[in-house]
Write a protein of this length. Structure first.
Length: 101
């Protein structure tokens, strides 16, 4: 059992390193802290390729798995900005001010 576990660890470690390495300025860099997450159960461990999004579940009704998701990447904020409801009034004469009141 122990030998099988070590062999699996070696395989996963090599696969993970090959997945997260990149070349920068002619040097091979490996950023394990940014791109890798190690779980406690060795037998359930595997290397996942692609984009992973970590989302905390704040409500019990939130789905835990989404099959074939559609993803939209935005480079601007998604917030509703209410337009001004009152017009800007420029008053140059005192008579205009009293007329508006």
């Amino acid at each position: 059992m122990l030998h099988k576990s070590h062999s699996m660890n070696d395989s996963i470690a090599l696969d993970a390193v090959k997945t997260v390495q990149f070349e920068e300025n002619g040097r091979k860099e490996i950023d394990i802290k940014k791109y890798a997450r190690v779980e406690e159960i060795i037998e359930d461990s595997c290397v996942l390729r692609g984009v992973m999004i970590n989302k905390d579940v704040t409500h019990s009704g939130i789905r835990r798995f989404i099959k074939n998701p559609r993803i939209l990447l935005l480079d601007f904020s998604l917030e509703y900005k209410k337009g001004k409801s009152q017009p800007d009034i420029e008053i140059t004469r005192e008579e205009d001010f009293t007329q508006i009141l």
